[in-house]
Design a protein around this ligand. Structure first.
Ligand SMILES: Cc1ncc(COP(=O)(O)O)c(C=O)c1O
Length: 297
């Protein structure tokens, strides 16, 4: 029995499935952290060296962020209480969006509660049935799920293979969207951005770049893949950033032109139908952004 991810199965024998996974050494196990994120952590009650987190700048336990979060709790309380479009959009969210857009030199930014949800939101809001999303084979799982949920046709090109991408763009019908990680989450290699921009322009396609592992890390001042490649994104480019990695907090954002971001506000289901992230988390993210801006080294 092989219930691979996404396999259609008629009857689930989960006991057998779990036994087989265990026998193959494929059971996933949680470890329990008993200290803050950092190079040395207490894991399952023992001191360990940690090499595996995405806390690239060591901000997850930075006292400046902690102080900002405490101040945010004092001012706004703990929970957002509702979705952004009801009454859960706080001053801290609003300021963070403006500051992120300003940092990246784009017209607008929209906050989401996680990167997974930002990816689902941006793809589902802009394309649907009859459209084609051409996606790198090694994209993050959330980007694959995003296309499947959107109803658009998913066409996956070989990893960073521009000839394969171009052929698929030629064959595509409806609205075209190119979807790629900026820095790939498994291998850490980067997308050929200049060529992707050229292809997107030639085929009048959206180009969505997931900068989860690039913002705060790549480029002279941490502004991600485009800065590293010496490129300025055009109006059909949207970038997704996550706040749970280099920024050390939680949540995510989409940054780009005013019109597509207005479309996200109106249509992105993972924006509309979920509780906003706690406003104090946005305060901590603002402190993280200030550090990323001021301490580019
Ligand atoms: C490339 C990429 N995109 C999106 C995500 C999802 O972000 P989040 O953890 O904020 O849901 C991750 C990992 O978490 C990722 O590695």
């Amino acid at each position: 029995m092989d219930y691979g991810e996404g396999d259609a199965i008629t009857k689930h024998d989960w006991t057998q499935w779990l036994d087989e996974r265990a026998a193959a050494g494929l059971i996933r196990r949680l470890t329990v952290a008993g200290s803050p994120q950092g190079p040395r952590m207490r894991i399952d009650g023992r001191e360990r060296l940690a090499f595996c987190s995405n806390d690239y700048l060591g901000l997850a336990n930075d006292p400046r962020l902690a102080a900002a979060m405490h101040a945010g709790i004092d001012r706004y309380g703990v929970g957002a209480g509702s979705a952004h479009l009801i009454n859960g959009h706080f001053e801290s969210h609003d300021r963070l969006e403006v500051e992120l857009a300003d940092w990246l030199g784009v017209e607008d930014a929209r906050l989401f509660s996680t990167g997974y949800m930002a990816n689902l939101g941006v793809v589902g809001a802009l394309v649907g049935r009859g459209d084609t999303v051409i996606a790198d084979r090694l994209n993050h799982a959330s980007l694959i799920d995003a296309v499947q949920l959107s109803g658009a046709r998913l066409s996956r090109y070989r990893h960073n293979d521009l000839a394969d991408l171009e052929a698929r763009l030629e064959r595509a019908s409806g609205e075209r969207m190119i979807l790629t990680d900026g820095v790939f989450s498994m291998d850490g290699d980067v997308a050929p951005l200049a060529e992707l921009v050229e292809l997107a322009e030639r085929f009048d396609a959206w180009l969505i770049v997931d900068e989860a592992h690039a913002f705060g890390v790549l480029g002279q001042t941490g502004r991600g893949s485009f800065e590293a490649a010496g490129l300025v994104p055009g109006e059909r480019v949207l970038r997704v950033g996550t706040l749970g990695k280099a920024f050390g907090t939680a949540g995510a954002f989409v940054a780009g032109g005013a019109e597509p971001l207005e479309v996200l506000l109106q249509r992105a289901r993972t924006y509309l139908f979920t509780t906003a992230q706690p406003p104090a988390v946005a305060e901590a993210s603002r402190a993280a952004l200030a550090i990323v801006r001021d301490e580019a080294w």
